[in-house]
Design a protein around this ligand. Structure first.
Ligand SMILES: [Zn+2]
Length: 240
């Protein structure tokens, strides 16, 4: 038995036995500093879906912990783990360096601009890793496998292209709206300096039934919209 949850993989729904049952951390353990990895959320997973996307998770960790909005714990992770991971991977170092752009940001909203770097990230990898986290949280929350569509919105994105002023104003408007909408929603998670999440049921007719907001290191938000498919129970969970 797994913590009063059904013994099925959170991602594919396959029925698990003692040999095939593994624990998947949600979010992945690499996000937590050694002194802060208590009371982590885990869900049952088959071997294939546990750590099978560790490359994508490492990419997500690099992107998130390197954000200037990350708190000190996030920045420590960036220097101790993420940067090492990037340097280990020559291809990744090259691609980051080749598309890094010097930008100036008003980090403390004082009107004083500070130089920093912006870089492109692999959206496919990021979405893959974030989707898995959302499926894990969904399972943790509702005790069933999520089957449906997930759309991801990164609150930290900025635009550097020709239309960047308009786009960045739009992103800023979105950040303010998200902050307002989620200000009263319960923050779940035992170690909120590192990670917490919020769940909001959405009104009918929007195309998505649920929003899950992830917050890493107190400042990096990612919003996911989930739409459950009807009659989505897998064969295994129907017979469970
Ligand atoms: Zn699986």
């Amino acid at each position: 038995m797994y913590q009063h949850l059904p013994n099925i993989c959170y991602e594919c729904g396959i029925l698990l036995n003692q040999e095939s049952l593994t624990k998947e951390h949600v979010p992945p353990k690499c996000f937590f500093p050694k002194n802060d990895n208590f009371s982590l959320i885990t869900v049952p997973s088959c071997i294939e879906h546990n750590g099978g996307k560790s490359n994508d998770d490492e990419h997500l960790l690099q992107i998130i912990s390197l954000q200037i909005l990350a708190n000190e714990k996030g920045q420590n992770i960036a220097t101790s783990k993420a940067v090492k991971g990037i340097l280990r991977n020559k291809k990744r170092t090259k691609s980051l360096a080749s598309n890094a752009t010097l930008v100036y940001v008003d980090e403390e909203k004082t009107g004083q601009l500070k130089p920093t770097f912006a870089f492109k990230f692999d959206e496919f990898k990021l979405n893959n890793s974030v989707s898995s986290i959302c499926k894990g949280l969904y399972y943790h929350q509702f005790h069933k496998v999520f089957n449906g569509d997930i759309e991801i919105y990164n609150e930290f994105q900025i635009s550097l292209d020709d239309d960047s002023i308009n786009k960045n104003q739009e992103y800023e408007k979105n950040r303010i709206l998200i902050k307002k909408k989620f200000s009263d929603v319960e923050r779940k998670g035992k170690n909120q300096e590192i990670f917490y999440y919020q769940i909001m049921k959405l009104p009918k007719g929007l195309g998505f039934s649920l929003a899950i907001r992830l917050c890493f290191y107190e400042g990096i938000g990612i919003l996911a919209f989930l739409q459950e498919k009807k009659n989505s129970n897998s064969m295994q969970s129907r017979l469970h």
